[in-house]
Design a protein around this ligand. Structure first.
Ligand SMILES: C[S@@+](CC[C@H](N)C(=O)[O-])C[C@H]1O[C@@H](n2cnc3c(N)ncnc32)[C@H](O)[C@@H]1O
Length: 268
C-alpha cells in the first residue's frame, strides 16, 4: 500500500495523471500571425488568451517545462530520485530531517512529508525553505558567476508561503512535522533550528543560492545522508558553486547523474 500511495502522490504532484486535462496558454507570438489584423487588434484590446489542452508527457517526465498547475516542475525522474534517497535514508536509519532549499509550489517537500507519513515516521521534520517571492536579483559583486542570470522579475517563480501551505493541506500533509523557513537563504539558513539532515536538496538555481545553502547546511548532513542538486546540469552558476564547495572542502564522494540536470551524492 505504501508504494501505491507514493506512486499516486508523485503522479498527482507532477500532474502526469491529468496531462490530458491540462490547459496551456499559447504564447502571443505563436498565434498573432494566424489571425487577420481586425481580429488581432480586438484580441489585444480585450486581453484575450488562447489556450490549448494537453501537456507534453516527455517534458513532464524530464522535468523540462513549467507546468501550469503541478506542485513541482522537477518532473518524474527527479521526483523518483527524491523518493529513492529519502527511502534509502529511512531504511538505513540515517539520522536527521529533510530539507529542500528552493521549493516553488512545494511539490518536492510535499512528497518528502508524504514519504514520512507512509513510513510511519513521526520524528523527522521536513523543512521548506524559500523566499516565497522568487529569486533574488544577482549580486554580481559578491557572486560574479551569477552575472546574466537575473530571474528576479519572473513572477511565475514567486509563490507565497500561504499558497504552499495550501498545497500541503490539499494532500492532508500540513502539520507540525513541516517547518517553513521564510526569507532569503543567507538570512534564514545559518540560524535555522535544524540539528541534522538525512537529505539536503538544493534547487535555488543561482551560485549565491546554492553556495548559501551548502555553507549553512552541508556540515549538518549525516554520514550516509544524501545531497541532491537539481540544477547542476542546466545552470552553470549552480554547477560552479557545487564544484567550488566540493573542491574547497575536499569532497570526493562520487557524483551520480539523475537526468539531464539533476545529480546527487551520498556523504561518506
Ligand atoms: C526553480 S524553483 C524551485 C522548484 C521546486 N524545487 C520544484 O519542485 O518545482 C527555485 C526556487 O528557489 C527560490 N530561491 C532561489 N534563490 C533563493 C534565495 N537565495 N533565497 C530564497 N529563495 C530562493 C525561488 O523563490 C524559487 O521558489
Amino acid at each position: 500500500m505504501t508504494d501505491r500511495y507514493l506512486d499516486l502522490l508523485q503522479q498527482c504532484l507532477t500532474r502526469e495523471l491529468f496531462l490530458d486535462e491540462e490547459v496551456h496558454d499559447v504564447a502571443r507570438g505563436e498565434w498573432e500571425d494566424m489571425v487577420g489584423s481586425e481580429l488581432r487588434n480586438r484580441m489585444r484590446a480585450e486581453g484575450w488568451r488562447l489556450t490549448r489542452r494537453g501537456g507534453d508527457a516527455t517534458k513532464r517526465h524530464d522535468g523540462n517545462d513549467w507546468p501550469p498547475t503541478a506542485e513541482t516542475m522537477v518532473g518524474r525522474q527527479r521526483l523518483a530520485n527524491v523518493r529513492s534517497c529519502v527511502e534509502s535514508a529511512l531504511r538505513d536509519g540515517v539520522p536527521g530531517d529533510l530539507i529542500e532549499t528552493g521549493v516553488w509550489r512545494g511539490g518536492v517537500t510535499i512528497l518528502m512529508r508524504g514519504i514520512l507519513a507512509a513510513w510511519g515516521d513521526t520524528d523527522r521534520r521536513v523543512w521548506v525553505a524559500d523566499s516565497f517571492k522568487g529569486l533574488p536579483a544577482p549580486d554580481v559583486e559578491a557572486f560574479p558567476a551569477d552575472v546574466g542570470h537575473d530571474l528576479s522579475g519572473v513572477t511565475t517563480l514567486a509563490v507565497s508561503a500561504d499558497q504552499v501551505r495550501a498545497n500541503f493541506a490539499r494532500y492532508q500533509l500540513l502539520d507540525d512535522q513541516v517547518g517553513f523557513l521564510e526569507g532569503w537563504f543567507r538570512d534564514t539558513l545559518p540560524t535555522a533550528p535544524i540539528e541534522q539532515l538525512a537529505v539536503l536538496r538544493l534547487d535555488g538555481d543561482l551560485y549565491e543560492s546554492t553556495m548559501d545553502a551548502l555553507e549553512a547546511l552541508y556540515a549538518k548532513v549525516s554520514p550516509a545522508g544524501y545531497v541532491i542538486v537539481d540544477d547542476y546540469g542546466a545552470w552553470e552558476p549552480c554547477r560552479k558553486a557545487v564544484d567550488d564547495y566540493r573542491s574547497t572542502h575536499d569532497i570526493t564522494d562520487e557524483i551520480i547523474e539523475v537526468d539531464w540536470t539533476g545529480i546527487y551524492w551520498r556523504k561518506s
